[in-house]
Design a protein around this ligand. Structure first.
Ligand code: NHR
Ligand code: GAR
Length: 197
């Protein structure tokens, strides 16, 4: 069995979209792939309850309990390794990861970022796109490297920025596209591996 571990910090709607697609498309039977665990750095993350509804094991590791980013990442890696994953998926995970962590998972660590990269790396992407007068916004699935939001692009979707958009209305429009492309990108990751094996 090939395991996926998903890291979240918040509502977990992208995590749920992946779990739902995995069920619907029978990834377990067809690809030998399952979502083995969801790990949050925040105990109050709404996504933890969602993960439990899908019957997925959950774990919480608060970055506040550690003195350094390196110490948090080492502990996080140990929790992840308990599931020996082929793929680690960041889905609204809000902690920047250290080069040591990223290096360990090179090529099997992916993120969804709410902008059309390489535009708007970092945070507050929707407000920044509105402030710049962008007519298009969107989302990018990319490999995670030590440089923030700079890894190879695996998938993108664009949405219009509409005249009366706020960061919240734009974020909601982007999120509907994320729920389509992220599960597809995860499936493609395993299909590409299967065809090159
Ligand atoms: N880590 C590395 N090394 N590289 C990437 O590309 C990463 C990463 C960790 C997370 C997601 C990313 C996003 O999609 C991501 C990509 C958090 C921050 C951030 O500034 C920036 C980008 C992303 C995630 N986090 C603050 C920090 O100090 C904390 C902010 C908070 O807790 O609200 O880590 O946008
Ligand atoms: C998503 O839009 C994701 O792209 C973004 O946060 C949302 C998480 O939603 N990620 C980041 O901003 C990472 N810094 P979700 O928790 O419901 O999947």
């Amino acid at each position: 069995m090939k395991n996926i571990v998903i890291l979240i910090s918040g509502s977990g709607s992208n995590m749920a979209a992946i779990a739902r697609t995995a069920q619907k498309e029978r990834w377990h039977d067809k690809l030998g792939v399952r979502v083995a665990a969801v790990i949050s750095n925040k105990a109050e993350a709404k996504g933890l309850a969602l993960a439990k509804e899908f019957g997925i094991a959950t774990d919480v590791l608060s970055h506040r309990d550690f003195e350094s980013r390196e110490a948090f990442d080492a502990a996080l890696m140990a929790r992840i390794e308990a599931h020996a994953p082929q793929l680690v998926v960041l889905a609204g995970f809000m902690r920047i990861l250290t080069p040591g962590f990223v290096g360990h998972y090179a090529g099997r660590l992916i993120n969804i970022h709410p902008s059309l990269l390489p535009a708007f790396t970092g945070l507050h992407t929707h407000q920044r796109a509105i402030d710049m007068g962008c007519r298009l916004a969107g989302t990018t699935v990319h490999q995670v490297t030590a440089e923030l939001d700079h890894g190879d692009i695996l998938a993108q979707a664009a949405v219009p920025v509409l005249p009366f958009d706020t960061a919240d209305t734009l974020a909601a429009r982007v999120l509907t596209q994320e729920h389509l492309i992220y599960p597809q990108a995860v499936r493609s990751f395993f299909e590409a591996k299967a065809s090159s094996a």
